[in-house]
Design a protein around this ligand. Structure first.
Ligand code: NAP
Length: 561
């Protein structure tokens, strides 16, 4: 047992003795931990977290691949609900590395004494709504069933690894790994012939690190990608002091910003400035680095001609950095507008292709045919490999939810209800699943936002809603079909007003997983606007939801209709 947590055996006994809770929370990442804190410590509820890993961290517990680092700036990648946590914790770099984030989350879990209510090494295998008892019954792989009035899924948006089912994959005699299921003991690439499939945010972080020790690294690229240098660096004492002293101001900025970052999107438009000025702005933003680049102009995601100016600038940078013209051509042949797929940021990604031991294979020209015992075979021939790294992303936003085996009212499964794509109200609830709350679910800003900001908003909204239910003696909450349809239409409308759907192969659309319905999943209307909408809904007595109470003769009456 790691991290000083309660042993699974002790936990099992405790849960077995008293398997009835007010709330069961699935997942002990940023969301589940904060949800536990609010429900237990603010509302005084009996709450239990079920967590698959043997420690806290969620996404960051699993994504231990080489180079794993957060793309949000560390001073914004923190819980902001507690001044004490903000004052005590100190990040070391502009962008925190995975081990530092896991250390941070352990610090928070210990500080708030959360681990005693987290049942580690336990997966939820089914969650059924018992209508008569108005309880969610959650079955686990440890053979227990726990039940609660409220079920909160805090399973993360990017937790269900997508390992492509390439013919012959299991015949490979070397080792293969998915970046999201990385071995805790690490992987030694020294002297090995490594193949990496995938060039998203993850792959782009992994390439420079793997290349340092591998004998050869062959990158199999299906879609060329933009990337902006992170310009990572250790934080100066001056900055650390400023971040602590300015936490109220930083919080205000994050809450006011579209993407929950500690900077606002500029009000200027691309063609408000001359070509020379624009070039200078892009050059400066490149030097500053990171996601701030896309905040330089307000119309980059709305106007294709405006976007082209950023895209052309970034492609020219690739051609400047990568010395081999053939490699440069493959890497800069990008087919989608800038930032319509999640924009990666990197540390020496394109520079790594100047190493003799690194090559790139253009899968658009020579697709993978199969994986053989000895390597990857494309239409152009076989690449012999010792290790294959799948940096192939996730069954995002819905994958982990649909794996939970959720069965709602009248025996309808979530998988059935979302057959044609996820349908939620505010990303938090779905019709037919009373008292089931989804943290940063599809239909919420989630992955388009700095995650802790999106998480805090959703977790607090859910806690406030539950508090009202408990205070007013409400038995259940569920959205109306009308509210869900209205919200799904709104989510589509705001996405379609942007260039985001133009990246037809994006995971935002579910396009990376064969057979997944193509629905734009995150809410692109901006975090600040979303927060206002959610607050408004609550202020109007949970408009769009039906809150109901069982009467003494077992009739159910709506109390806010
Ligand atoms: P991703 O963005 O989905 O990228 C997956 C890559 O694998 C893409 O290049 C994709 O190509 C390729 N791929 C997938 N299936 C393939 C197949 N069958 N054959 C060949 N290529 C295949 O996944 P990711 O890089 O793990 O990133 C996912 C998200 O996680 C990010 O967008 C970001 O939100 C988050 N993330 C955050 C951080 C951070 O904050 N530091 C770091 C990493 C990831 P196509 O593009 O053609 O599909």
């Amino acid at each position: 047992m790691t991290n000083g947590s309660t042993s699974a055996a002790e936990q099992t006994t405790r849960a077995g003795d008293a398997g009835r809770y007010d709330a069961v929370i699935i997942g002990a990442g940023f969301s589940g931990m904060y949800q536990l804190h609010l429900l237990r410590d603010r509302l005084g509820l009996k709450a239990r977290v079920i967590e698959r890993g043997d420690g806290v961290g969620g996404t960051w517990y699993w994504n231990r691949y080489p180079g794993a680092r957060c793309d949000s700036e560390s001073h914004s990648y923190s819980y902001y609900f507690s001044d004490e946590l903000l004052k005590e914790w100190q990040w070391s770099e502009r962008y925190p590395q995975q081990p530092e984030i896991v250390r941070y989350l352990n610090y928070v879990a210990d500080k708030l004494d959360l681990k005693r209510d987290i049942q580690f090494e336990t997966s939820a295998t089914a969650a059924r709504y018992d209508e008569k008892a108005n309880l969610w019954r959650v079955e686990t792989d440890t053979g227990e069933t726990v039940s609660a009035k409220y079920l909160i899924t805090a399973v993360g948006c990017l937790s269900s690894a997508n390992v492509p089912d390439i013919p012959g994959r299991d015949s490979f005699k070397g080792q293969w790994y998915h970046t999201g299921q990385w071995p805790h003991e690490g992987v030694d690439f020294t002297g090995k012939r490594v193949g990496q499939i995938g060039t998203g945010s993850t792959g782009i972080q992994a390439v420079p690190v793997i290349a340092e020790t591998a004998k050869t690294l062959t990158v199999f690229q299906r879609t060329a990608n933009y990337s902006i240098p992170a310009q990572n660096h250790p934080l100066s004492d001056e900055f650390k002091t400023w971040a602590k002293d300015s936490r109220d101001e930083i919080r205000r900025t994050m809450h006011a910003s579209t993407n929950g970052h500690p900077f606002l999107i500029s009000e200027r438009k691309v063609f408000d400035v001359s070509a020379e000025e624009r070039k200078a702005i892009y050059e400066k933003a490149w030097e500053v680095g990171g996601l701030r680049f896309r905040a330089e102009f307000q119309d980059l995601l709305f106007d294709k001609a405006a976007n082209d100016t950023a895209a052309d600038f970034l492609k020219s940078k690739i051609r400047e950095i990568v010395k081999d013209p053939q490699k440069a051509k493959v890497l800069s042949d990008i087919d989608h507008p800038f930032a319509t797929k999640r924009p990666p940021i990197d540390t020496g990604y394109f520079e790594t292709y100047n190493r003799d031991n690194v090559s790139v294979v253009n899968l658009r020209e020579t697709p993978i045919v199969e994986i053989t015992e000895t390597g990857v075979k494309t239409s152009d021939g076989e690449y012999e490999l010792d290790i294959i790294v799948f940096a192939t992303g996730f069954d995002a936003m819905t994958g982990s939810l649909l794996k939970l085996g959720i069965v709602g009212r009248d025996g309808v499964t979530l998988n059935k209800a979302w057959e044609a794509g996820p349908r939620t109200y505010l990303g938090v609830q779905a019709v037919g699943f009373p008292n089931l709350f989804t943290i940063t679910g599809p239909g919420s800003p989630s992955v388009l936002c700095n995650m802790p900001v999106a998480i805090e908003q959703h977790v607090e909204w859910v806690a406030n809603c539950i508090e009202k239910m408990e205070t007013d003696g409400i038995d259940r909450i569920e959205p109306t079909e009308e509210a869900v349809t209205g919200w799904v239409d709104h989510v589509n409308e705001v996405a379609n007003a942007t260039l985001l759907p133009q990246a037809g192969h994006s995971w935002y659309l579910g396009a990376n997983v064969p057979g997944k319905p193509r629905v734009f999943m995150p809410y692109a209307g901006g975090m600040a606007r979303f927060r206002g909408i959610c607050d408004g809904v609550a202020a109007k007595g949970y408009e769009g939801f039906v809150l109901s109470r069982d009467s003494a003769d077992s009739r159910t009456e709506a109390v806010n209709a």
